[in-house]
Design a protein around this ligand. Structure first.
Ligand code: GUN
Length: 286
């Protein structure tokens, strides 16, 4: 039988910790405060940002969505982000992606104080992840943190495991490879130019897909032992508009040891990690 790796129990468990940490910070005179910068009104981004705000409010932090006009020019955008980041009462901020095409060449992580970069996109935080010092209190990229959190919570330690990541994006694939490597996994990063992807996935203990193609990973990519653990980072819509991941979920059930669903799998953990980063940033500011 395949174990379904749902995020809800982990989120509930961590919410309690976030709530008591937040109360402690407040007792020291610090109310964790996050600013979410949203440019335009892309439907998915509006939903994601509202979910992030709601989540912060569940454990007692302040969160404001600052909605900039879609037609804002580059200089005004840069000035707005820097001003928000420089505000002393703000502990964490980020720009929701994607940006409109006339701003998409900008690296928003570079505009934000690395100590407030709750997305973990700033070069300083990426550099700390690259170095991998376990004592460093840097802000870690959220989705990779959510993937590792899921595997640990469900007792699938990554140490010594062969892990295949499909996708090499700056937000997921590359930082996830570093995080897993720092946790003593043997990591292979596959991508669109990988020859014979199936050869790699068949010998993996854990497969993590972050390619953004609806139900692309079918049972053909698995071996026959039924012990592989599958993590789906994809959030896609199929030809009927139905939300689905990169994994052909229904057809993989029963053929692997464990699998994350979409929705209800890794997605909510990205928001949890963002919240954990906010509290880390607030604590670091003391
Ligand atoms: N859009 C999709 N995922 C993300 C994310 O992790 N951070 C930001 N800022 N925007 C996103």
């Amino acid at each position: 039988m395949t174990i379904e790796l749902r995020s809800a129990p982990l989120v509930e468990q961590e919410l309690e910790k976030l709530t008591s940490k937040c109360e402690l910070l407040k007792s020291k005179g610090v109310t964790p405060s996050m600013k979410v910068i949203l440019v335009g009104q892309i439907k998915a981004s509006v939903i994601y940002t509202k979910n992030k705000k709601k989540f912060c409010e569940r454990f007692g932090a302040d969160c404001e969505i600052i909605n900039l006009d879609e037609s804002i020019n580059e200089q005004d955008f840069v000035d707005a982000v820097k001003k928000i980041s420089e505000n002393k009462s703000v502990h964490g901020c980020f720009v929701q992606l994607p940006l409109p095409s006339h701003l998409s060449h900008i690296d928003p992580g570079a505009l934000i104080d690395p100590n407030k970069d709750v997305d973990g996109f700033h070069e300083h935080n990426i550099g700390e992840l690259f170095k991998g010092d376990p004592k460093s209190k840097f802000l870690m990229p959220c989705t990779p943190q959510g993937v590792l959190g899921t595997l640990n919570y469900y007792n699938f330690p990554v140490e010594g495991k062969n892990i295949v990541i499909i996708g090499r994006s700056l937000i997921v694939g590359k930082p996830l490879a570093l995080l897993l490597l720092n946790n003593n996994a043997t990591v292979t990063v596959c991508h669109s130019r990988t020859t014979d992807l199936k050869e790699h996935t068949k010998r993996a203990d854990i497969i993590i897909s972050a390619v953004g193609k609806p139900r692309f990973l079918t049972a053909d990519y698995l071996n026959e032992n039924g012990k592989q653990v599958l993590v789906d980072v994809g959030i896609n819509h199929d030809e009927n508009g139905k939300l689905c991941g990169d994994l052909d979920y229904e057809n993989l059930l029963g053929r692997c040891q464990a699998i994350t669903p979409v929705p209800g799998g890794v997605g909510p953990l990205t928001i949890l990690s963002l919240a954990q980063n906010l509290l880390q940033a607030a604590e670091n500011s003391l």
